[in-house]
Design a protein. Structure first.
Length: 262
């Protein structure tokens, strides 16, 4: 008898490639030929993943139109089969795939809209963690403040684009004014995305120095170094106000020192 792992591998290859010959002997006809049974399963596989992509990227689907999105979804599924059983984890490479589609060169903002929607999806399903109380950092001695390494909440994501993707996304929501127009020359955007206290996914725009500050914190740069770099890049950077805003929004989850094990 064929081992289960080998059978599963054969079925996977048959579904992805369309070549079902290796799996025929393991499939009972029961009224339908084995090849037809596999075609039904393969069709269900593609439909399920296409629906998962449409649920994760509704604005991309709306901008492209259903037929175009369906065609691109089919190609992406063929090129990038899932590696996890969780459907909400599927499609992380869709924006990168869109980058390489020649027909989409007239929609240069589209891959960044996809990156925004993937960040929203990740934030929605990220692990939970208690937010750092605003008073916690006040307990640190002044001499240690600059050395502290802050940990962002697991739901926090940073997204940047040369295009106004936040406005594009909002204009393509149900109930939005269909007459709204957006110029691609309006300028780019930098966004902090996270879950709030009610578990709703929200975002806020960031200045260039605020974005760089948060990127540094995410990379594990000590607070003093991140603060100093942002201040040198923009003399108007208000680190105290930025830090207070992050604490109030629940974006910070923990802190440690470089010599302390994480």
């Amino acid at each position: 008898m064929q081992q289960l792992s080998a059978l599963q591998s054969d079925l996977r290859r048959a579904i992805l490639s369309g070549d079902s010959r290796a799996s025929h002997t393991a499939i009972r006809p029961l009224g339908l030929p084995p090849a037809q049974r596999l075609r039904i399963h393969a069709n269900h596989y593609r439909i399920t993943l296409s629906e998962a992509l449409a649920a994760t990227y509704p604005v991309v689907a709306r901008l492209l139109g259903e037929p175009c999105f369906a065609g691109l979804a089919r190609e992406f599924i063929q090129l990038s089969p899932p590696t996890s059983p969780c459907l909400f984890e599927y499609g992380g490479g869709f924006a990168h795939y869109l980058d390489a589609v020649p027909l989409l060169m007239e929609l240069p903002y589209l891959p960044d809209v996809a990156r925004l929607e993937w960040a929203l999806n990740e934030a929605r399903h990220a692990a939970d963690a208690a937010a750092l109380p605003p008073a916690a950092l006040a307990l640190l001695q002044d001499c240690c403040f600059a050395e502290v390494v802050l940990t962002l909440h697991p739901s926090s994501r940073l997204v940047t684009s040369s295009y106004p993707i936040d406005r594009i996304w909002r204009t393509n929501q149900p109930g939005a004014d269909p007459e709204t127009t957006i110029g691609l020359d309006e300028g780019g955007t930098r966004l902090l995305i996270h879950r709030d206290g009610d578990d709703d996914v929200v975002w806020c725009p960031l200045s260039p120095c605020e974005f760089d500050f948060l990127q540094a914190l995410r990379a594990g740069v000590p607070l003093g170094c991140a603060w100093g770099a942002a201040s040198r890049a923009d003399a108007s950077f208000d680190g105290g106000r930025t830090l207070s805003g992050l604490l109030a929004a629940g974006v910070l989850a923990d802190f440690r020192f470089p010599t302390t094990q994480a």
